[in-house]
Write a protein that binds this ligand. Structure first.
Ligand code: ATP
Ligand code: MG
Length: 399
């Protein structure tokens, strides 16, 4: 049943080159995610259709709803609109109302007919509406190429929608549609940005953090928590695996010597992460590495760190990004100020002045056969602690 004369938001989807069942899943997941993001607005009601999602505003403030919607992955754009009965006189009156209230100097009427059987063609509607506006709003002129005001009229089988503004969403895919991955989160600038890009691609994320107390303090965990609270707008709850990494890390420095310590440490991080990922049905690992950024991220290091070590794909969304571009995104998603808080990283506590940028596989084999790390790896996996990060968890803590 069409509902007339109410303020509603017409939501357009992101990358819809998906078809059939995929498209149905996409829309279902997007609808679900939107409802979660907007659950603080109790009078909203929803209509999920094959081509759009409609959100009836009820008593809610559009500007507040708008800010949240702009951050939902999978959402291409949206417009505040009104629906009317299929009566051209009503549409003309409303379009005139929009034009009279606008400060614009130029306008264009854009009609689209999903229902080709409607008694007027798009062109007729455009002309009728535009000429009424031209007769009644003296300062407004038509500009078909670059209008300041666009009055959009969408004719459907049971209703006509009219709107004049559009907001851009962030695009991508709805979180959850692409499966689940394990994100390695360090507390630096890069990894939260990588997490954001994964979420925007439709992945649901769990996170893993390697902590080395007492060398790293509780502040690092608070930092991880605060970073993920910023990402809760994209995924409302995160499960974080906190790995007690101190013992194995000390052993690595003892066994590997300074130039290979970081290489072996990274190998162990990946090994532990992939075991935890397997156990929790995470399909891939992800991290914030960027080619060439530091010694452990040269191509040769990447190859040596993965070699004969990890049996699942590792996604590196920032592999080709420049640091300045990463910082831009960090600022946009509001994680930058948290990331630059001073903190002790588990990689910097044992000072390494001469990390190799081109580790040899032979040397790695030699180090790893001189000491069997697997019991310590298993110990890390066994003693992992879990933290949940969501708005609800924070509320619980207040009591
Ligand atoms: P920065 O902005 O300082 O580069 P970073 O998070 O990228 O921060 P790197 O030392 O460059 O830190 O590490 C590369 C990647 O390895 C990180 O993006 C992260 O995915 C992973 N990583 C590093 N340290 C940890 C850690 N302690 N726990 C979990 N993942 C880590
Ligand atoms: Mg980095």
């Amino acid at each position: 049943m069409a509902t007339y004369n109410q303020d509603l938001i017409m939501v357009r989807f992101g990358e819809l080159n998906t078809k059939g069942k995929n498209m149905k899943d996409f829309i279902k997941q997007l609808g679900k995610n939107i409802k979660v993001v907007l659950k603080g607005f109790p009078t909203l009601t929803y209509e999920i259709r094959h081509d759009h999602i409609y959100i009836y505003l009820g008593e809610e403030d559009y500007d507040l709803v708008k800010e949240r919607l702009k951050k939902v992955p999978g959402l291409l754009s949206f417009s505040l609109c009104k629906g009317f009965p299929r009566d051209l006189e009503i549409i003309k009156k409303y379009a005139l109302d929009i034009a009279s209230k606008s400060d614009a100097k130029t306008f264009k009427v854009i009609t689209k007919r999903a229902d080709k059987l409607f008694q007027y063609t798009s062109d007729q509607i455009n002309r009728e509406v535009a000429s009424l506006i031209l007769r009644n709003v003296p300062n407004l002129k038509v500009d078909v190429h670059n209008p300041e005001l666009k009055i959009n009229i969408n004719v459907r089988e049971d209703i006509i929608y009219v709107y004049s503004t559009s907001e851009k969403g962030i695009g991508g895919y709805p979180v959850g549609i692409a499966g689940k991955g394990l994100m390695m989160l360090s507390g630096g600038i890069d990894s939260p940005v990588a997490a954001y890009l994964m979420l925007k691609r439709g992945l649901k994320l769990e996170c893993i953090h390697f902590a080395a107390p007492p060398y790293t303090s509780e502040n690092v965990i608070i930092k991880i928590h605060d970073l993920l609270r910023k990402l809760n707008i994209y995924q409302p709850d995160f499960k974080v695996y906190i790995v007690p990494f101190t013992d194995i890390q000390k052993k690595i420095y003892e066994v590997a010597g300074t130039s290979y310590a970081i290489t072996i440490m990274r190998r162990m991080m990946l090994k532990i992460a992939s075991k935890i990922a397997h156990r929790n049905n995470d399909l891939v690992l992800a991290n914030g590495e960027s080619i060439g950024q530091v010694a452990s991220q040269t191509l040769k290091s990447i190859v040596a760190i993965e070699h004969d070590n990890v049996y699942m794909p590792i996604i590196r969304p920032l592999a080709t990004y420049d640091k300045l571009d990463i910082i831009d995104i960090a600022k946009k998603i509001d994680t930058y100020d948290i990331s630059i808080r001073p903190y002790e990283d588990c990689c910097t506590i044992f000072e390494v002045k001469d990390p190799t940028t081109s580790p040899s596989i032979e040397k790695i084999k030699e180090i790893e056969s001189s000491f069997d790390f697997s019991p310590m790896v298993d110990e890390c996996v066994k003693n992992v602690k879990v933290m949940h990060v969501s708005e609800e968890e924070d509320k619980k803590d207040e009591f």
